[in-house]
Design a protein around this ligand. Structure first.
Ligand code: ZN
Ligand code: ZN
Length: 493
């Protein structure tokens, strides 16, 4: 076949494929009545001008500040939110308490002892054990990846401080985190299995400033298998340069406080549905944060977004048919414990959970709308996606996982959506002292408020059923983690 004929056939094939897809697409978008469409447009318009969501994250991070899971500050955040939600006019405001193992840092210091004594900027990882008082000093052994550490023999690791110098890739969808976080979770366990004395990782983050990123490591009780810390990127570079010249000794002094039980809880508030109040569209975020910053992008912003969106829906002339429930989860950072506590407590009501979404990826704009619906419900997904187009949001795929605290809901048959925010800058701030309110842009946050209000209202007002007829194929895989007993096991955050 000549190349021009091949090109012609290829063009014809592409053209017919486009035509078929567009016909199928046009046929497969669910009808939205004019009155509902007008309300959605009104919500989008008002969402872009909203002040409630922005004020919520501003005041939470200012008046409460950091909100470590299980701490007095997290308890204060629950009271603060309860009061604020009441002032905003929400109904059925309540806290659902549960207990969690508690961990907090007291001291975390690191330094190079030889050959060139100097300070390092480090932060203890959540779940780290304490070193002996005054710290532990040992020679450093460097690995370029978690995989390299796993492959190393105990002979070369024993008695040393392991240093994993693996960098994280910056991506829009945050996929670099999935890879990079493995070293944070597993470094201490693998180090201890090989008789190393402590573990130091290059921070799981994308910035190159002189501060470190904390975060949870794997553990089976309040603490894990050894002392573990993250080091700032410039200090990781410094350590690497020194190691090129010969042996380096460092000292890590980590002192922590741990208890088997401390109080946490989920704060819940509702806009009660006018026709079927028992049917719930759930919008989540997490109220706890790490202790280093004020938890503004992680996840004060998410709470501002869902509070702002639900408040907008409340301001319509009449409530939607179904209930909008906002859940401000506790103890997400330390093992998604609030998410598990909710799933366990509401296990019998999952059939009434129509749809769930969680905002936990900062305050940047949403660029894509992913769903996890039954095949038969895809026309509803497309209708939602069409109504989000004016906000610059593109249609996504149907493999959404929801957010961390709702990640177990599809296993319980509940459809979820993932409005995907740009994560390009998120991991510059994530779990650092730099996660503060000044990083949030009001107009970007409002694009989120508008989008959440739009799709949540559609889900609550229309009679749509998003479930697959035969479930999502998990066959009851989910087993509630005993988040409320000391013998729980951690599901990775
Ligand atoms: Zn988060
Ligand atoms: Zn986090």
């Amino acid at each position: 076949m000549s190349s021009s004929r091949r090109t012609f056939i290829l063009r014809l094939w592409i053209a017919s494929l486009c035509l078929l897809t567009s016909v199928a697409h046009a046929q497969d978008v669910a009808e939205v009545p004019d009155a509902v469409r007008e309300n959605v447009e009104l919500l989008v318009h008002k969402g872009l001008e909203d002040t409630v969501g922005y004020a919520f994250v501003r005041d939470l991070t200012t008046e409460v500040g950091p909100r470590l899971a299980g701490s007095e500050a997290e308890a204060r955040a629950r009271s603060w939110s309860t009061q604020k939600l009441a002032e905003l006019g929400f109904a059925n405001i309540r806290t659902e308490p549960f207990t969690i193992p508690y961990w907090s840092r007291r001291v975390d210091r690191g330094s190079i002892v030889s050959p060139a004594p100097q300070n390092m900027v480090i932060t203890a990882l959540g779940g780290s054990t304490s070193t002996p008082p005054g710290g532990v000093e040992a020679e450093v052994i460097r690995f370029e990846s978690m995989r390299e550490l796993r492959a190393a023999s105990s002979d070369i690791v024993a008695g040393k401080i392991v240093f994993i110098d693996e960098k994280m890739t910056r991506t829009q969808d945050g996929s670099g985190y999935v890879m990079a976080v493995r070293k944070r979770r597993n470094c201490a366990t693998t180090t201890s299995e090989k008789d190393g004395v402590a573990c130091l990782i290059r921070s799981v983050g994308t910035q190159d400033r002189r501060f470190a990123h904390t975060g949870m490591m794997s553990r089976s009780t309040a603490v894990g298998d050894g002392p573990a810390a993250a080091v700032s990127p410039p200090d990781a570079e410094q350590l690497t340069r020194l190691l090129e010249n010969g042996p380096v000794r460092i000292r890590l002094d980590i002192q922590v406080e741990a208890q088997s039980e401390a109080p946490s809880g989920n704060v819940i508030a509702e806009v009660v549905g006018r026709e079927r109040p028992e049917e719930v569209v759930l919008l989540g975020c997490h109220l706890d944060s790490w202790d280093l910053g004020t938890g503004a992008v992680d996840d004060g912003a998410g709470c501002g977004i869902v509070v702002g969106a639900a408040h907008l829906i409340m301001s319509l002339d009449e409530a939607p048919r179904r209930t909008i429930r906002i859940v401000l989860y506790g103890a997400e950072e330390v093992g998604v414990l609030g998410g598990h506590a909710y799933a366990k407590r509401h296990a019998d009501e999952m059939d009434h959970h129509i749809l769930a979404a969680e905002s936990d990826f900062g305050a940047d704009k949403i660029y894509r709308f992913d769903t996890r619906f039954g095949e038969g419900a895809l026309p509803y997904a497309r209708a939602m996606q069409q109504m989000l187009e004016p906000l610059g949001i593109a249609p996504g795929h149907n493999l959404a996982g929801g957010g961390p605290d709702i990640s177990m809901l599809p296993e319980l048959g509940v459809p979820v959506v993932s409005p995907r925010q740009s994560g390009w800058d998120y991991f510059d701030l994530h779990h650092t002292p730099d996660d503060t309110f000044d990083k949030i842009e009001h107009s970007k946050l409002n694009q989120n408020v508008a989008a959440y209000a739009a799709f949540a209202y559609l889900a609550a007002e229309m009679d749509w059923d998003f479930r697959p007829s035969t479930g999502f194929g998990y066959k009851n895989r989910y087993r509630p983690k005993a988040a409320v007993s000391p013998s729980w096991s951690v599901r990775e955050p």
